[in-house]
Design a protein around this ligand. Sequence first.
Ligand code: NI
Length: 226
Amino acid sequence: MLVHIPAILPPDLVAILRARLDAVAWADGRITAGHQSALAKRNLQIGPECAEGRELGMMVLHALESSPAFMSAALPARVFPPLFNRYDKGMEFGTHIDNAVRQIPGTGSRLRTDLSATIFLSDPDSYDGGELIVADTYGEHALKPAAGDMILYPARSLHRVAPVTRGSRLAAFFWIQSMVKDRDRREMLYDLDQSVQELSASLGEDPALVRLTGLYHNLLREWGEL
Ligand code: NI
């Protein structure tokens, strides 16, 4: 399931991130790539290895915590501190699958990557190419949403970033270990939660809705692990 969450970062935060990312010393993106993906990866990156990367990553994390859409779709148990990447003209990331397990920097603990997330930071009109292309059983999906939008997709998916042919593409990216490891169960909970939200907006207080909400939480109690 691909989930597109519009405006997960407000425009003022996107502007701050872009301005501060303009001033950082970018490193070769292969520093966090596995053996196979290093061969396919040509981009620039910053992350928690530098103080500025850590601080900007925390700003993104705080924004995620106040997003009900993100909480509902990801049911996060652990979130990897966001990293940032930049693709200039001629840069791309060929087809790969993200590593299954990631060491969380500076904590000694690890995270299973159930979901991969990209938050786009550049206006789509400001660059050509650079689509995030995710494959699932229905084929390939090319994604190039507005600045501030998030694309959330199963980390088990083959994906790539198409070559940038004009301008620069800035993004934040990270991984999530979900409380619900099983993808089908997570998607059913998401459907149920979205339906309950829509019904409560139109029906207001309703005893059947209270029972459905209870069912959601009881299923999460049954299937969720912290
Ligand atoms: Ni990837």
